[in-house]
Every structure is written in C-alpha cells, then in structure tokens.
Design a protein around this ligand. Structure first.
Ligand SMILES: *Cc1c(COP(=O)(O)O)cnc(C)c1O
Length: 413
C-alpha cells in the first residue's frame, strides 16, 4: 500500500478551529445550526457576497462540513472538494453542472443501479442523451464522442461486473476530443488509487462506503482536480473565460449545489471525518481479507467462478494492478449453480450479513439480480447483464477464519 497519508490531520482541524475549545475537546466540534448571526449589517453583506469567508446558512456552507471537505482535500490531493448528502447527490450535481438539453454522456450500461437509472430515465427526460458503449474499447468510445458530448463517465471497477477500463487510454481519447473524464471512484479509495495519474478530471465518491467507516451514514463527495480546460465545455465556456480551471468549481458550489440543496448535514460530516481517520487501516485489512477469501472460494467445488481483479487469472489483473496496486478494493463476486443455490447459501450464513451497501466493517452479501436490479423491466435487465447465479460479497473486518468457516458451513449443508 503506497501513498501513506496521515488521516488524523490534527493540523487541518486546528486551522479550521483555531481557538482552543473552552472544554479542550479533542474531537472537532459539530455546528448543528441552520443559520449564523452577525454583529452588523455590513458584516452580513460581506458574508453574503463571499468577502469575509463567514458562514451564513448551512445549505450554503457549514463549519463542520467545511472542515470535513478540507480533510478530504488534503488526503486526496484534489484542488476542490464539495461534500453532499449522498453518492447519488454527488453524481447528479456533477451532471447538472455540465450537461444540457441536447448534450450527451458517453458511458457504459454496466453501472451502479441508481446511476444507470439516473442516466437512462431521469436525465433523458431533460433532453440529455446517454450513449452506452463498451468502455473497454477506447476506439469505440472515440467514435461516440461528438461536439455535444459533455463527458465520458465510468466507474473504476464496475459493480457488480468488476470490469476495469484502461483509464489512461480513456482519458487520451476524451481529451483529444476536448471532453473531460469523470469517474466514480467509490470502490477504491485515494490512498491506493491516484486518479490524476491516469488523467481523471473529476471524481465522484459515495462516502457512505469506505469513508463513513462502519456504515454510519449516507454521504457523497465531488473531487475536482481542475485539470480540464472548461473553455471547451458549451455549458461552462463563458465562466471559464473568467475563472479558467475553476469554472466547474464555481458553477457547482455557487449555483448547482445550493439550488439543488442536497447539502451534507454537520452530524454526518463529523461521523465521516471520524471514518476518514481510520480509512487506510480499514481498507488494508478488508482488501487483504478479500484477496485471501477470493483464493479460498476458488478452491471450493460448489463455486463455479470467482471474480476479483486481484486474482492473477482475472482478465483485468494487469490493468487493475497498474491502476490500483495489489488490492483492488474489498468486494468480490462469485457464482453458484443457480439462483436457488444462491438463495439457500445466503439463508444459511451466520457471520456474513444479508444486506446491501459496501465496505461496512461487517461483511455483507447480496444477490444483485433479485435486489438492486430487481425492479428493472426485462429489456433493461438485458442491458445491465447481471446474471442470476451471481452473489456479491463485500468484506469487512472480521477474522478471516470466521468468514471461511461461515462460508464452509453454508455451502456444505
Ligand atoms: C453506493 C454507490 C453509489 C451511490 O451512493 P449513495 O451514497 O448510496 O447515494 C454510487 N456509486 C457507487 C459505485 C456506489 O457503490
């Protein structure tokens, strides 16, 4: 695991809260207040014009949320970070910042369920076209891009298919056509995956997952690396002439975020700041368990196939290693004989919990076809291609021997 980061970040917290707390509290304060008051009308005017950096109203900004954003910024190396109410809020805020009626988004149909639905149904009704293609083939991607393409979008490891696109190759075709590459990096955190090394311009993250730590809360992050020249964006062109690489940040924070109003609550910012402090430790432990369990599952005759990018016989092993190192996340999928076997196996588990979500401290199992993708009409089920004999397992922090024993007793009886 490279890129060691000090996640406790005492200096950043001191910068945000420079006066020593009257009680000497060692944790950062939670400003659970909708509004902030001022001594004078002049001070208030300056605050609303953004001249004195003071908070006015917590939908716009909040001291606890701002401290969380700062900590993520320092840990990730992004130029600007905005925290929002969920991963889906992060994704929708990003598309609302760059897309327009008549524009198109070039992506794959192998996406997280709600992201697929946002693109296929919600944005479509606002006149945004979605071009699903095979992102594993950069030439095909290049053909799909035209003057109305507002971005190329993907997830770094598709869930639950576990495909890994060559991001540097995608960035090359996108940038050649003056289009930004925007990726969902929820599945491998930035202590392991440095998105800018592969040409990613903007990252979206569901902080509900690795960052919350223990699945305490829902949250999302938008990480802006300010590497794209937004003068090439039809939507941000004018703004980019004035503020250059900050055009996306200014539009997102100054207009879209506050108008859509999916702001993060200070309580959640606090909880997720705590999660941030142990992110690296938890990730390392869960990812090591995931690799060991993937190898273990491969030895079981009842398991038809195991899909984890860290296995040397995985078709994405090389590209995954290049992008994520030895531990490409802590989620794997595997296949049993059929849906009936999957259900029977799930029902017999004692340690592994039956729940959706990823990267909780507890290991979680789900049958994606009947749950996350269960309500899709048959034609869309065909598009997302989630097989009926497949299970998704997200690894937590339990002892590996306990997890192996649980799987053995569930698979044998
Ligand atoms: C969970 C998830 C989301 C959505 O995040 P929420 O916090 O649930 O809104 C988006 N993308 C990926 C890859 C996810 O795993």
């Amino acid at each position: 695991m490279s890129n060691k980061v000090n996640f406790s970040q005492t200096e950043i917290i001191r910068k945000h809260f420079p006066q020593r707390d009257v009680h000497g509290s060692i944790s950062m304060p939670v400003y659970s207040s909708a509004a902030f008051e001022f001594d004078t009308a002049e001070e208030m005017e300056d605050a609303f014009l953004g001249k004195n950096g003071k908070h006015t109203y917590s939908r716009i900004s909040n001291p606890t949320v701002e401290a969380f954003e700062s900590r993520v910024q320092v840990a990730s190396g992004a130029k600007h970070v905005m925290a929002v109410a969920s991963g889906m809020a992060a994704i929708s805020d990003v598309f609302m910042t760059i897309a327009y009626a008549g524009s198109n988004i070039v992506t794959t149909s192998h996406l997280f369920g709600n992201t697929f639905s946002l693109l296929q149904f919600t944005l479509k009704e606002f006149g945004v076209e979605v071009r699903f293609c095979n992102l594993l083939n950069p030439k095909e991607v290049e053909k799909q891009i035209d003057e109305n393409t507002c971005c190329v979008f993907t997830e770094i490891i598709t869930n639950p298919h576990m495909e890994v696109a060559d991001l540097a190759a995608l960035a090359e075709v996108a940038h050649k056509k003056n289009v930004p590459l925007i990726v969902d990096t929820t599945i491998v955190p930035w202590n392991v995956f440095k998105a800018t090394d592969f040409g990613v311009d903007v990252e979206v993250v569901s902080s509900t997952k690795y960052i919350s730590g223990g699945a305490t809360s829902i949250g999302g992050l938008i990480l802006d690396h300010q590497t794209f020249d937004w003068r090439h964006s039809k939507r941000l062109y004018k703004l980019a002439l004035a503020v250059r690489e900050k055009a996306f940040q200014v539009k997102l924070r100054g207009e879209i975020g506050r108008n859509l109003g999916a702001s993060l609550s200070p309580q959640v910012a606090y909880l997720q700041s705590l999660g941030l402090e142990t992110l690296e430790l938890r990730f390392r432990q869960a990812a090591q368990t995931c690799l060991a369990l993937a190898q273990f599952l491969q030895t079981l005759p009842a398991v038809k196939q195991v899909n984890y990018n860290g296995l040397p016989d995985n078709p994405f092993y090389e590209i995954s290693k290049k992008q994520f190192g030895d531990y490409p996340g802590a989620m794997l999928t595997f296949s049993l004989a059929d849906k009936t076997d999957c259900f029977a196996f799930i029902n017999r588990l004692k340690t592994i919990r039956r729940a959706t979500n990823l990267f909780d401290n507890k290991s979680l199992i789900i049958h994606p076809a009947s749950t996350i993708y269960g309500t899709l009409a048959p034609e869309y089920k065909k598009m997302v291609e989630v097989p009926d004999d497949m299970l998704r397992l997200s690894l937590g922090l339990e002892d590996i021997d306990a997890l192996k024993a649980d799987i053995l007793q569930a698979i044998n009886t």
